[in-house]
Design a protein around this ligand. Structure first.
Ligand code: PHE
Length: 364
């Protein structure tokens, strides 16, 4: 191609393009259509004007300024028309919005779907902890993987106590970097009473502490799960008596089920308390007055529901934690959170709490 051929080809190309771009831009109904029309001219590879501009390569130096000016002028007209149309479209869109139906601020908002919440066991845990916090207890946490010492030995369980059996407790093998089994037996805690030992060994009396968390036992039926949650509470001070224990638990029962809720103590045995007791709460699901007691499945017609274990901390346990047993005394109590949640919400099987079926959980 000779030099003047190149200029000729450019001229012809520009003439062919003519001002068709003006009507193409005007015809574009929205921004996307406009950008497409623009790309047909100035797209990097296939744009019609891009191709004409590529012919500049073959233009001789002497003809270049004049030819370049022509091409640039054309391109500027295209860009100017494009920008103008872009602005017109934006203005049109904005006024269409303003002319459209007004936004109704009084319509109810859209509630996000599938929003989660705390599991009913954790809701119950927090409500229980709040009751004790309001009574002046500190809240602490304790480990779920625990030394035998803190879970059993220092709580005065004899070495052959049935709870320490393989059938009852999940034992954990701990191995050193050399692969050899470490000394000292480790288990998944079977109750939250391990926090008694840990806290009493690290704090000086007076203390009033509660702790909540998962515990593990080899148990599995309608009312027992191998993992469940407990709350433990204890107080150590001078002159602590069973009356203090009773007062705290009475306040707790009223905090849970409302004023007038009754409790009763039945003698019981736990190695780490003396005396020990089990506490029943007066059934809140039935009454003798309206005859509902005769049908009550929660208290099995007794009027009482067993909820917790408690007692005066055994002096031997205080001693294991280096607390002066001649000067200090204490009480402790512990109970299962699932059981309270089941009673509270009338849940018939503990399994429902752990199957994580949203049809069940969304009811709380
Ligand atoms: N740790 C006991 C249990 O799991 C409950 C308990 C706690 C009893 C504190 C007395 C004092 O059954």
């Amino acid at each position: 191609m000779s030099v003047s051929d190149a200029v000729f080809a450019i001229d012809r190309g520009l003439a062919e393009l003519g001002d068709a771009f003006r009507s193409a831009f005007a015809a574009a109904k929205d921004e996307q259509a406009l950008r497409d029309a623009h790309a047909e001219l100035l797209g990097k590879k296939k744009g019609a004007l891009t191709r004409v501009m590529a012919l500049m390569r073959d233009v001789a130096a002497s003809e270049r300024p004049a030819a370049g000016a022509k091409v640039n002028d054309f391109k500027e007209q295209v860009e100017a028309a494009f920008e103008a149309r872009l602005r017109d479209l934006a203005v049109a869109r904005r006024s269409a919005d303003l002319r459209g139906r007004p936004f109704d601020l009084t319509l109810p908002g859209r509630v996000p779907e599938g929003r989660g919440h705390l599991h009913p066991v954790l809701q119950t845990r927090d409500d229980l902890l709040r009751i004790f916090r309001d009574l002046g207890f500190d809240i602490v946490s304790g480990p779920e993987v625990e030394l035998e010492e803190n879970n059993f030995t220092k709580l005065a369980f004899p070495p052959d106590h049935p709870a320490t059996d393989m059938q009852d407790t999940f034992w954990v093998g701990v191995h050193g970097p050399d692969g050899a089994q470490r000394d000292g037996r480790v288990l998944l805690r079977t109750h939250t009473s391990n926090t008694q030992i840990r806290v009493m060994s690290s704090r000086k009396p007076p203390m009033a502490v509660v702790s909540a968390g998962p515990v593990y036992r080899r148990d599995d039926d309608l009312t027992h799960s191998p993992m469940f949650h407990q709350i433990e509470g204890f107080v150590v001070d001078e002159g602590v008596s069973m009356a203090d224990l009773k007062g705290v638990l009475a306040a707790f029962a009223e905090g849970l089920y409302g004023p007038g809720t009754r409790i009763r103590f039945r003698p019981s045995y736990f190695p780490f308390v003396e005396p020990g007791a089990e506490v029943d709460i007066g059934c809140v699901f039935c009454s003798e007055a309206d005859g509902s007691r005769a049908r009550c499945r929660v208290c099995k017609q007794t009027g009482w529901v067993e909820v917790l274990g408690c007692g005066m901390i055994h002096p031997e346990v205080l001693e294991h934690c280096n607390i002066d047993r001649t000067r200090y005394g204490g009480f402790a109590f512990g109970f299962g959170i699932e059981r309270i949640a089941m009673l509270r919400y009338g849940i018939p099987s503990i399994k429902l709490l752990f199957e994580n079926d949203p049809r069940f959980l969304s009811q709380f």
